[in-house]
Design a protein around this ligand. Structure first.
Ligand SMILES: NC(=O)C1=CN([C@@H]2O[C@H](COP(=O)(O)OP(=O)(O)OC[C@H]3O[C@@H](n4cnc5c(N)ncnc54)[C@H](OP(=O)(O)O)[C@@H]3O)[C@@H](O)[C@H]2O)C=CC1
Ligand SMILES: CC(C)(CO)C(=O)C(=O)O
Length: 335
């Protein structure tokens, strides 16, 4: 990247695992002063030493030094003529009740809002809040975990799929999505633009709504779970088939059993001990898990469409119940 040339201005809201990976990828085409990262529990380390990524694909000890701030208010001091992209990389844990979103003061008429979160139906509250802004939805196959404040490990895959919400968006919105995809690819990700990203969201959900709760509840990484009992893999497929049936009832006919099998192959072929899904990471730390974004919204769609989801519903109620038990517990993960 040529220093001195104007580059897009980017705000990262929530610099955990995915926020840090995006800061790294975008730093190859955007100047550090134009990447503003809002950090919370890892603020001190990020400010002093930057964000460090150890990746089995991109390399070890990769340090990126975005402009680190503590809050939206502080980020506004670096806004210049406005942010071109705001990447929302927090967990989608409070989406259902969001009437206004904390990023509001940082959004200008030309800002593209980019949702980096897992789940289905996550875009609607943003569309309600920001009806005139381009909304870009991103599906990430990039297992990452924060192993110490500001230090992240990344392994197995770096596929990042990008598209507008809704699929039928103005050409200018499509252009902004394509530009983001190109920047992520320049950074080293296997990034692709998709005309209808919702198809990809449903495909990814086959993995997240099955293995995330299973690993969170069993406290086993995915490969460890698959090897824990005969029938564990068949159980995972049964859960995935319920998600696929819901997707088809919602109009996504391409989510067939063949797609289920290929997604199952992705998660069953990981070397020992396998991936630690983000929901498992939250469960171990006693943090709120994305119960509604990843599970609740699916069973609601299934109920509306008359699809039976007994296994998925069981997983939802157990994860939701675990969330309730965590409420009031202090975040002690780095203490
Ligand atoms: N990790 C993974 O492998 C993958 C994750 N995803 C999805 O990406 C999304 C992000 O996940 P991930 O990066 O793992 O999550 P993390 O928990 O690692 O990161 C979330 C970050 O948001 C910060 N945050 C939360 N609320 C606020 C707030 N109000 N103000 C400022 N910062 C805030 C957290 O700060 P603090 O540390 O203080 O809590 C944390 O740094 C999720 O939807 C997840 O499902 C998708 C693909 C892969
Ligand atoms: C690791 C992966 C890709 C699959 O579970 C993920 O999306 C997550 O951790 O939420």
């Amino acid at each position: 990247m040529t220093q001195g040339n104007p580059t897009p201005k980017i705000l990262i809201y929530g610099t955990g695992s995915i926020g840090a990976a995006c800061a790294y990828l975008l730093s190859k085409s955007v100047r550090n002063e134009d990447i503003v990262a809002i950090c919370r529990s890892n603020y001190e380390v990020a400010k002093k030493h930057g964000l460090t990524i150890n990746s089995s694909i991109w390399g070890n000890d990769l340090v990126v030094r975005p402009t680190v701030v503590r809050s939206i208010e502080e980020a506004l001091c670096h806004k210049g003529s406005g942010f071109d992209y705001i990447l929302v990389a927090t967990k989608a844990t409070t989406m259902a009740s969001e009437d206004t979103h904390p990023i509001h003061p940082a959004v200008s008429p030309h800002t593209t809002i980019v949702l980096m979160q897992n789940g289905i139906g996550i875009e609607r509250p943003f569309q309600r809040n920001f009806p005139d802004n381009p909304i870009v939805s991103v599906v990430l196959y990039t297992p990452l975990t924060q192993t110490a404040p500001g230090v992240f490990s990344h392994y197995f895959l770096d596929k990042v799929l990008v598209g507008t919400f809704p699929a039928e968006s103005p050409a200018s919105h499509k252009r902004t999505a394509k530009k983001l995809s190109q920047m992520l690819a320049t950074g080293g990700a296997a990034a692709e633009h998709h005309e209808d990203i919702q198809i990809e969201r449903w495909k990814k959900l086959l993995i997240n709504a099955s293995e995330n709760p299973v690993c969170a509840l069993s406290r086993l990484r995915d490969t460890q779970f698959f090897r824990s009992a005969q029938g564990a893999t068949a159980f995972m497929k049964d859960v995935m088939m319920e998600i696929a049936a819901t997707a088809r009832a919602a109009g996504y006919q391409s989510i067939t059993e063949e797609v289920v099998d290929s997604q199952l192959l992705v998660i069953t072929s990981r070397p020992w001990p396998g991936a630690e899904p983000s929901m498992m990471n939250d469960a171990i730390a006693g943090r709120q898990m994305e119960d509604d974004a990843i599970l609740g919204n699916v069973i609601e769609i299934a109920r509306e469409k008359g699809v039976e989801t007994p296994r998925l519903s069981t997983l939802y109620y157990l994860i939701h119940g675990l969330n309730e038990s965590f409420r009031g517990i202090k975040n002690e993960r780095f203490e």
